[in-house]
Ligand binder design. Structure first.
Ligand code: KG4
Ligand code: ZN
Length: 334
C-alpha cells in the first residue's frame, strides 16, 4: 500500500510517500522560515498562502522521486489538526480533493500523534507500552502510550510549550527566528556555572510543566547583565540546562510512577542535542532506552503524516467526505 502524506499545519510544507512493503520511499520539505524571519514569528496568512504555492509542485516532485504515479497511490493522509486553521485547510482541501479524484480513501491525521510515531520510521522501534515526551513549538506533554492509538496524558505545559520558550528566549537574546536551534548552538559555547536558572514545577508533585517563568527569568538576567557575546552564551546555556534538567526530572518521575522503561522523545525540540544526551543518560540509569526520530523528522515533515495515516488506514479507519480541520484537537480524544 502506498500512502501520500501532506503536512501543512504551521510553517512547513512536507510531502512524503510511505510504502507498506519498502518503508519511506520519498520525502520533501519546504520551510517558510525565511518568509517569517523578518516578523520574528509565523504570520498565519502568509503561511497559508505559501502552502498553496508549494503543495502541488512538492507533490509532483515527491511522486516523481518515488518513481510512482498518482494513480498508484492507495490513500492520502493529511494533517487535520491541531495547527493554524488557514494552513490546515490548504492540506485538508488538497488531500481530500486528490483522494476524491483518485477514488482512494483520505485520512485526517493528528499532528501530535504523527510526531509521536516518527521514531517508528527508524530501525529500532519500541514495543508497546511506552512513555512519550512530546516537545514541539505548540505542545509539551508526557504521554503514557498503553497500546497503539491509546494515549493517556500524564502531564502537559500549563503555559508556554518548550519550543515556544526556546523561541521567545532566543528572541530576547536577539537571535533570528526560529530561535530554538540557534539558541542551543549558542548555549554550547556558554559556561554552565555562571548563571543558575530555576527548574520550574519540579518541587511540586505531578508531571505538568511551566515554561513562561523561565523566559521571564531570562529576560531579567539579560537586563541586569552586559550584552557581550560570552554573557549571551552563558545565559543561553543556563536556559538550556534548566529546560533539560526539568525534562529529566519529570521523565524520571514518570518512569517511577509507571514502571515503563521505554521512552519516545519527539517534536521539534527533540532535535536538541543537550536534551537527547540528558534523556539517553536517564534511560541508562533505569536500564531502559530512549527512542528519537532522525534529526530531520523531529521538526514538521510529511513522512510522519504518511506513516501515521498508513497505520490508521491499516486499522480500518475511514472518514466521511465532510471531515473538518481542527485548530484544537486533544490527543486523548483519538
Ligand atoms: O514540531 P515542530 O517542528 O512544530 C510544531 O509542531 O510546533 O517544532 C518546532 C519547534 C520550534 O519552537 C523550534 O525552535 C524548536 O522546535 N526546535 C528546537 C530545535 N530544533 C527545533 N528547539 C531546541 N533545539 C533544537 N535543536
Ligand atoms: Zn509539529
Amino acid at each position: 500500500m502506498q500512502v501520500l502524506g501532506i503536512e501543512t499545519s504551521c510553517d512547513e510544507t512536507g510531502i512524503a510517500i510511505y510504502d507498506s512493503e519498502v518503508g519511506l520511499v520519498a520525502h520533501n520539505l519546504h520551510s517558510q522560515a525565511k518568509l517569517h524571519e523578518e516578523y520574528g514569528g509565523v504570520v498565519p496568512e502568509l503561511a497559508s498562502r505559501d502552502h498553496i504555492r508549494r503543495v502541488l509542485p512538492l507533490i509532483t516532485q515527491t511522486v516523481t522521486e518515488a518513481k510512482t504515479d498518482l494513480k498508484s497511490l492507495d490513500a492520502i493522509a493529511y494533517t487535520a489538526g491541531p495547527g493554524l486553521m488557514g494552513s490546515l485547510l490548504v492540506g485538508s482541501a488538497i488531500g481530500r480533493s486528490l483522494a476524491y479524484s483518485l477514488s482512494v480513501p483520505a485520512i485526517g491525521v493528528h499532528h501530535m500523534e504523527a510526531h509521536l510515531l516518527a521514531p517508528m520510521l527508524e530501525e529500532n522501534v519500541p514495543d508497546y507500552p511506552f512513555l512519550a515526551l512530546l516537545v514541539s513549538g505548540g505542545h509539551t506533554m508526557i504521554v503514557n502510550v498503553t497500546e497503539a492509538s491509546k494515549y493517556e496524558i500524564l502531564g502537559e505545559s500549563v503555559d508556554d510549550a518548550a519550543g515556544e520558550a526556546f523561541d521567545k528566549t532566543a528572541k530576547l537574546l536577539g537571535l533570528p527566528y526560529p530561535g530554538g536551534p540557534v539558541l542551543s548552538a549558542l548555549a554550547e559555547k556558554g559556561d554552565s556555572k555562571r548563571f543558575l536558572f530555576p527548574r520550574p514545577m519540579t518541587n511540586k508533585p505531578g508531571l505538568n510543566f511551566s515554561f513562561s517563568g523561565l523566559k521571564t527569568f531570562a529576560m531579567n538576567t539579560i537586563k541586569a547583565e552586559s550584552s557581550d557575546e560570552q554573557t549571551r552564551a552563558d545565559i543561553a546555556r543556563a536556559f538550556v540546562d534548566a529546560v533539560v534538567d526539568t525534562f529529566v526530572i519529570k521523565c524520571r518521575r514518570a518512569i517511577k510512577e509507571t514502571g515503563l522503561k521505554r521512552l519516545i522523545v519527539a517534536g521539534g525540540v527533540s532535535a536538541n542535542t543537550q536534551l537527547r544526551a540528558g534523556l539517553i543518560e536517564l534511560m541508562h540509569e533505569f536500564n531502559g532506552k530512549a527512542y528519537f526520530p532522525r534529526a530531520e523528522f523531529c521538526t514538521d515533515n510529511g513522512a510522519m503524516i504518511a506513516y501515521a495515516g498508513y497505520l490508521r488506514i491499516k486499522s480500518g479507519q475511514t472518514e466521511s467526505l465532510n471531515f473538518k480541520a481542527k485548530a484544537r484537537w486533544p490527543l486523548e480524544s483519538l
